[in-house]
Design a binder for this molecule. Structure first.
Ligand code: ADP
Ligand code: MG
Length: 730
């Protein structure tokens, strides 16, 4: 260690504000927005008319791509990119590691004269073949047939990632095996958008809406993150290795004064945010909102919503640009769900809705009774989706990191429920109880609401504790983890709602069968279907405090699932109900689901294993020696006969205790090695359970005592930056 923490020069922190790239000209959002993407504008000006029109049909309406235009698009793309100093291209994809992957190839091709030219063909654009053998596949392909390929996703524009020394072109792709199985998170998301489209249009058809050619899900994901000084980061091996602090006592002041939320943003942080946003604008990511979050040094960035496939790619870019930019200001962006114990962790609020290509938000209450009825039916479908697929939604946000957050009085519990808000709740209650008859003027008798009242968009009583809340014209799925890709959570949402819409459409069709189609018969049938579905699914509706103990008891009475840990959740992934829904909606096959189960169990296991090893290392090689050094000093004092009222025995006992606990932790980890020999390498599921049931408690025990030592050992002997420093030096 080069210098003691106490030597840390706080002034140095602020120098980055001066060194960072200062805006030299007024920010002209309109002219820089999307300048680093090969978006519609660039395509329109650079592509032959017929090629552009054909591509537009694919992008805007999801029509199948005409492969004969690939060469033409590739040429225009390469010209545009090389003009901007781009030398390399990459197929950019989202393997099952949960992050993004890229392998760069230069445009260079040698020519006969011994020189070189820049080349990029349609084939290079539409298909790539990364070596798939090193990506997790969960048994989807054996290594001898390790080939997988990436395929261009024209619905998400290619973009340029810049570096001072040169730039590269990233082409969004999906990643699949040669047998067509999805090896990534993007392909299932695209399939799920199709599934939702089919189901939603089926329902719209029944409503007599005939001008809609495409329905897609829309997503705006609010990202929470921490920014800390990089010096502290590098002095914390736990942060560097695991993304979170494995030890660390509560600071004298935490978030209890509630003085950080929406507070004035500090200068260095603001500079970093401004540059982050500028880079995101240039990448065509419409970020809109920024503010301080609840915990000290915690912040939020939120975009304007987009179609979910684009939103998913852009979300990855938000995380990437946040992390890259922070470094320029001498900071590190922490995306882990729980970097610091005892203060709020980070999540990602996933705002979700459905829209038509004609511009109608299907979760926006309309202005006429007919529109309202349609809204109520779509809303009923979402409620039904959450009720029927509680387990899948919980699985979609399951990770070792998110386990620290869910249910910890700062994030929704591990019980799924839907918050509707007083007025909408009231309407559904009336429907549930009322007798549904069609009235003369087309409204619904007995529902008490021939026309819905205007629902408040920003009601003051919004329930922050709900995992799934209606917020005026969209649902907000609040349990998503801060570092996870939003692709799978949205895949699950799309599948679950498609599934529910199809069931409601079945019920509607059955009722309408031998009836003369009239407005009246339709409205009666819709009213009955809503009523029936709400009666079945209403246990999922909850308006109260999700953090309270009473809710846990109440939820159990209602028969709702409470899946506190990652393993509890993913163990249900392969239940028949789930396999059937995914297969029926043609989003994931049984094999594809099995592969995901395996990968997630393994990721959980490995994450905890790394954390356990790191906890032991830090406790044994940093904390214990610091305590021993202090004991040595104390012993000298005692020997001199000075009584300064300090307890030697107290510190010694704590040090001994931590030593015993470190050995216990080691034994728990070693137990795995033994099991491994006994059960063979395949028993990953058993090993993961061992991590949850034995290793995590052993880690927590070490931490508790180590944190006590932190409060006893002198600051200049303590080997790690403390929360007080990390969270408050900005
Ligand atoms: P709130 O205050 O309810 O959180 P905001 O208007 O601030 O609402 O929006 C929060 C997020 O929800 C933003 O990212 C926003 O773009 C997104 N959002 C708004 N409308 C929709 C929609 N129809 N579909 C998906 N996301 C949406
Ligand atoms: Mg919000």
């Amino acid at each position: 260690m080069s210098k003691l923490i106490n030597d840390y020069n706080v002034k140095a922190a602020t120098k980055y504000v001066r060194n960072g790239r200062a805006p030299s000209a007024p920010l002209d959002v309109e002219s820089i927005f999307g300048e680093n993407t090969f978006g519609l504008e660039q395509m329109k000006s650079r592509l032959p008319k017929n090629v552009f029109r054909s591509l537009l049909a694919t992008i805007e309406r999801g029509e199948p791509i005409d492969m004969t235009i690939a060469d033409s698009v590739a040429m225009a793309m390469k010209e545009w990119a090389t003009e901007r100093g781009v030398s390399h291209f990459t197929h950019w994809f989202q393997p099952l590691t949960g992050s993004t992957a890229e392998k760069h190839d230069s445009f260079i091709t040698p020519n006969k004269g011994g020189g070189a030219v820049a080349e990029f063909s349609g084939k290079d654009l539409i298909q790539g073949e990364p070596d798939a053998s090193s990506f997790p596949s969960g048994g989807l392909r054996a290594t001898f047939e390790a080939r997988g390929y990436t395929a261009w996703d024209p619905t998400s524009p290619a973009f340029i990632i810049e570096n001072d020394k040169g730039s590269y072109l990233a082409i969004p792709t999906v990643f699949a095996s040669w047998t067509g199985e999805a090896l990534d998170y993007k392909l299932p998301l695209l399939r799920s958008i199709e599934a939702l489209d089919r189901a939603a249009r089926r329902v719209l058809d029944l409503f007599g809406v005939s001008d809609v050619r495409k329905v897609f899900s829309t997503v705006g994901a609010e990202q929470e993150y921490f920014l800390i000084d990089e010096e502290f980061f590098y002095r914390r091996p736990d942060l560097v290795t695991t993304g979170r602090t494995l030890v660390g006592a509560r600071p004298p002041k935490g978030q209890e004064l509630e003085d950080h939320y929406f507070g004035t943003i500090g200068d260095r942080v603001l500079s970093c945010m401004l540059e982050t946003e500028r880079e995101l604008y240039r990448l065509g990511v419409p970020v809109k909102t920024r503010h301080n979050e609840v915990a000290p040094s915690q912040y939020e960035i939120a975009p304007i919503f987009e179609k979910s496939n684009l939103a998913a790619d852009h979300q990855q870019l938000i995380m990437l640009v946040l992390q890259r930019t922070a470094r320029k200001y001498g900071m590190v962006c922490l995306l882990h769900e729980k970097p610091f114990a005892g203060v709020n962790g980070s999540g990602k609020h996933n705002n979700w809705s459905m829209s038509t290509d004609t511009g109608v938000n299907l979760l926006d209450p309309g202005h006429s009774p007919h529109e309202n009825l349609q809204f109520l039916l779509f809303c009923t479908a979402v409620i039904r989706a959450v009720f029927k697929h509680q387990d899948l939604l919980r699985t979609a946000v399951a990770s070792a990191g998110n386990d620290h957050r869910l249910g910890a009085n700062e994030a929704p519990p591990a019980i799924m429920s839907v918050f509707l808000g007083e007025q909408l709740r009231d309407i559904f209650e009336q429907i549930e109880e009322g007798s549904v008859k069609s009235s003369k003027n087309g409204g619904l008798l007995g529902l008490g609401c021939p026309v819905l009242p205007e629902l408040p968009r920003h009601a003051g009583d919004r329930n922050r504790t709900s995992p799934f809340a209606f917020t005026g014209n969209k649902f907000e799925f609040r349990a998503v983890g801060s570092q996870q890709s939003i692709s799978f959570p949205n895949t699950v949402l799309n599948v679950a709602v498609a599934d529910a819409l199809n069931e409601l459409a079945d019920a509607l069709e059955a009722r309408l069968k031998n009836k003369r189609r009239s407005k009246k018969s339709l409205e009666t049938a819709v009213g009955e279907v809503i009523q029936e579905s709400i009666r079945e699914t209403k246990p999922i509706l909850f308006e109260g405090d999700n953090y309270s103990k009473e809710w846990h008891e109440e939820a159990e009475k209602r028969g709702l699932l409470n899946l506190p840990t990652t393993l509890d959740a993913i163990e249900r992934l392969l239940d028949e109900k789930n396999v059937r829904s995914f297969e029926k909606e043609a989003v994931l096959s049984r094999r594809e689901l099995e592969s995901r189960f395996e990968i997630w169990v393994e990721q959980y296991f490995k994450t905890i294993n790394i954390e356990a090893e790191m906890t032991e290392t830090i406790a044994r090689t940093m904390i214990l020696p610091a305590a021993v050094k202090y004991l040595h000093d104390l012993a000298a004092t005692v020997e001199r006969g000075d009584d300064i009222g300090l307890s030697f025995d107290g510190v010694r006992e704590t040090a001994q205790e931590v030593n015993v606990l470190i050995n216990d932790l080691r034994a728990a980890v070693d137990e795995l090695v033994r099991q491994n020999k006994e059960l063979g390498g395949d028993a990953i599921h058993d090993k993961a359970r061992h991590m949850r049931d034995n290793v995590i408690p052993a880690m927590n025990a070490v931490r508790r005592v180590a944190d006590r030592l932190e409060r006893a050992v002198p600051a200049d002997l303590w080997p790690l930056p403390t929360y007080r420093e990390i969270l408050f030096v900005k």
